[in-house]
Design a protein around this ligand. Structure first.
Ligand code: WQD
Length: 340
């Protein structure tokens, strides 16, 4: 049985990916420093699959600790790397924290993988690397535009670090998955997006407003050149996203990759406006959402949704859930954690 390391495996996307890896028969080792997650998530994973992953509390900024980990777990056949800070606004205020946490950790991992005879590495990247793309839907060959935030910069630089390493290390096989907007929760509502403070992202803010934790949602601008004036994004169910990681990992384990560094856009291929997401929530929850139109948010792109042809054809992967199904799963999760 392949043993897979999942860094940040107690996080939102990481935990859902651990579940799908276990469902596919992989043994999972999780590294997490618990800075943005909790051990309750480990219980949630076990409750879903009946299998408890190995857990190592470890901060990947500690180079010696990373080296010790790979001495102890020298039979890891694949690594899926989620552990990183991901709040765009926070990264503007704390650039050095973001560059250290998102890049040093990547470098220390790659230093260990680069010396192994056969390494398989999946990197958590983001559509944010495209900035405001000129053409919709966005393909993997769209230009990489200078990031508006240190967070976005760490994803662009991270991809460059991996690409440059793969050029001189044919034994390192890597895939960068460029996520669009992950939303929702596992259908059991035993794992989901853990709210830490005031949500920065749209969907958790909507479900918290629906649950009465927030008075109302502010819609950041309705004067954009879109169908209803609000920004458009590609909202993908987190379980669909998790399954994409398993498919990408298998591609590398089975040596089906065409080069040793590949990128794939992981989205639904459908763009939805903020108002359409609000309407979806109202349909699935049968509640009226309290919201106001506010000023635009600095740094927001007008529109970003994926061309998923490459992932569909080469990975054999396609998102299965609709926006309503994803929103319902987010609402079920919100109700469970609020005991509603
Ligand atoms: C979506 C839309 C907002 C909150 C970011 C990162 C991306 C990834 C996902 C980490 C925008 C609007 C939001 C609110 C609103 N993060 N909005 N009121 O900005 O597309 O992507 O999160 O991997 O890398 O860039 O997602 O959910 O913050 O915003 O009107 O209270 O919802 O203006 O149009 P975003 P988001």
């Amino acid at each position: 049985m392949d043993r897979i390391l999942v860094t940040g495996g107690l996080g939102f996307i990481g935990s859902h990916t651990v579940v799908e890896l276990q469902n596919e028969g992989f043994e999972v080792v999780i590294i997490d420093n618990l800075s943005n997650s909790s051990l309750n998530v480990l219980e949630g994973i076990t409750a879903i699959t009946g299998k408890t992953p190995i857990f190592e509390k470890l901060d990947l900024r500690d180079k010696a600790a990373v080296q010790d980990f790979f001495l102890k777990y020298n039979n890891v056949t694949g690594v899926i790397h989620f552990a990183a800070s991901k709040a765009v606004g926070e990264s503007v205020q704390e650039p050095l924290m973001y560059y250290e946490n998102n890049l040093n950790t990547l470098i220390y991992l790659l230093q260990e993988l680069a010396v192994k005879p056969d390494s398989n590495f999946i990197f958590s990247s983001s559509c944010t690397v495209y900035g405001q793309a000129d053409e919709m839907p966005i393909t993997e060959s769209a230009p990489i535009i200078a990031a508006e935030s240190p967070y976005g910069n760490t994803k662009q630089i991270g991809e460059e670090i991996i690409k440059d390493t793969c050029k001189v290390k044919p034994n390192l096989n890597a895939i960068a998955l460029r996520y669009f907007n992950p939303i929702g929760a596992h259908q059991t509502a035993k794992i989901g997006e853990l709210p830490m403070g005031v949500p920065q992202n749209l969907v958790p803010f909507i479900t918290q407003t629906g649950a009465g934790l927030r008075d109302s949602l502010l819609v950041f601008g309705d004067d954009y050149p879109t169908s209803d004036g609000t920004c458009i994004r590609d909202y993908i169910h987190v379980v669909d996203l998790a399954k994409a990681h398993v498919v990408a990992l298998k591609r590398l384990l089975n040596k089906k990759n065409t080069t040793n560094y590949e990128t794939f856009n992981i989205g639904t291929g459908v763009g939805s406006s903020v108002l359409e997401v609000i309407n979806s929530f109202e349909r699935v929850s049968n509640k009226n959402l309290n919201y106001q139109i506010a000023d635009r948010r600095e740094g927001d792109v007008i529109s970003a949704y994926a061309d998923t042809t490459k992932a569909n054809n080469e990975l054999g992967w396609k998102a299965q859930s609709t926006l309503d199904e994803a929103m319902l799963s987010a609402w079920m999760w919100e109700q469970r954690i609020r005991n509603l």
